[in-house]
Ligand binder design. Structure first.
Ligand SMILES: [Zn+2]
Length: 392
């Protein structure tokens, strides 16, 4: 089935014909004078009822479909395709339905737009393997035409390899209206591809406690950092990353000690920077150790006085704890002291967006509230422990 056919030597879109003209096309099709645009075989004009209304289709006559011809388009598929076509046409773009170059055919083929000289648009509501998506995208690329993929929300995720993704937009469309809006964003140049490089320099705040050691030295015990990806992309929220403890599992797999070390060390730069800014020494850190807790195994890292090596724990079942939970810690009002690569902590994939996400500034607690709820309570729960034998 398709949305278009050749009538009197010209391609027509069934859905957009005036009723009277459609009745004439139906009559002509019964006389085998209407043709399928791709196979050039006689086309049968018909209407299909579905929950969204009535859609006009063209198909081969029963029993005349050529072998190997696959086209099992659903009414939903047709509705999205037509909505995209109608929207782009209305905006003045050159658009063709079910058209292509060389040996391929796209749902909608767009002429010059902000995206480039041409763009193939594909609505994909049924499952399609990543391999097929890749091959079809490459096929069009070979003709110099990028593809905009619009996957259904329940269809395959439509994974396109990183090399193709930057030049071939991939979106999930909720319905026909959404599909048309996405096509409009892409063709008008509003859509953008986030390759995540902006997060290489993510502002970060340090969360630590100043320890007044018995030996007379004051030093900074790192607890964690608050990363502010929201200041780069407004759809994201501040994230707290601990420098003291990390789960011993990632995605169901046990991590090695060196992976745990990498994780716990990753944002210490924020503390070196804080130390410079505030003229304070950062505590020495010990090799992470694996500890069992009620919440499962974790790796924890101790920090010790750089002069006398007394360690500091804060109240908590495994030797440390923060007085407030992580979702409150992100409201820490301490100033941003460094910019760090937040990508390992954010777990984001490069992706396309229909509109830019305006950066947002996060809300924080007042300094007074932070002092009462965090600093004072953390200090009150500090526990000095004798130096431990072992590797520093
Ligand atoms: Zn000390």
């Amino acid at each position: 089935m398709g949305c278009t056919a050749i009538v009197d030597g010209k391609r027509v879109v069934g859905a957009f014909l005036p009723d009277e003209e459609w009745r004439r096309v139906v009559k002509l099709s019964k006389q085998r004078q209407v043709f399928m645009p791709d196979t050039k075989l006689p086309a049968l004009a018909k209407t299909v009822r579905w929950r969204g209304g009535i859609t006009r289709f063209f198909s081969h006559f029963p029993g005349e479909t050529p072998e190997g011809y696959t086209c099992n388009e659903s009414p939903e598929h047709a509705a999205q395709k037509l909505a995209i076509y109608a929207r782009l046409q209305e905006l003045g773009f050159t658009v063709e339905l079910e058209a292509g170059i060389d040996d391929w055919r796209a749902d909608v083929l767009v002429g010059p737009s902000a995206f480039g000289p041409s763009l193939a648009i594909e609505v994909q509501l049924t499952r399609q393997s990543a391999q097929v998506t890749y091959e079809r995208t490459e096929q069009r690329s070979a003709s110099g035409v990028p593809t905009l993929w619009l996957f259904g929300k329940n269809a395959s995720t439509g994974h396109v390899g990183a090399d193709l993704l930057a030049s071939n937009p991939v979106f999930v469309a909720e319905d026909a209206t959404h599909a048309a809006a996405i096509a409009q964003s892409v063709c008008s140049g509003a859509a953008f591809f986030d390759d995540l490089s902006g997060f290489e320099q993510t502002p970060a705040r340090p969360i630590g406690v100043k320890v007044a050691c018995k030996c007379g030295l004051s030093w900074l015990r790192p607890i964690g950092v608050v990363l502010l990806p929201n200041r780069i992309r407004g759809d994201l929220k501040p994230v707290y990353v601990s420098c003291s403890v990390t789960s011993a599992k990632r995605r169901g797999r046990s991590i090695t000690m060196s992976e745990a070390e990498d994780h716990l060390r990753r944002y210490l730069k924020v503390f070196w920077r804080a130390a410079e800014t505030y003229g304070i020494t950062v505590g020495e850190f010990r090799i992470a150790t694996r500890v069992r807790t009620d919440a499962g195994a974790v790796y924890r890292r101790d920090y010790a006085c750089p002069q006398c090596r007394l360690r500091v724990h804060t109240k908590g079942t495994i030797g440390f704890g923060t007085p407030i939970p992580g979702d409150e810690l992100v409201r820490c009002p301490l100033p941003v002291v460094a910019h760090v690569d937040a990508r390992p902590a954010l777990k984001l994939e490069p992706a396309w967006f229909a509109e830019p996400h305006t950066p947002k500034v996060e809300s924080v607690m007042s300094n007074a509230e932070w002092k009462v709820r965090f600093i004072d309570r953390a200090r009150a729960s500090m526990l000095m422990l004798a130096p431990e034998d072992g590797v520093y």
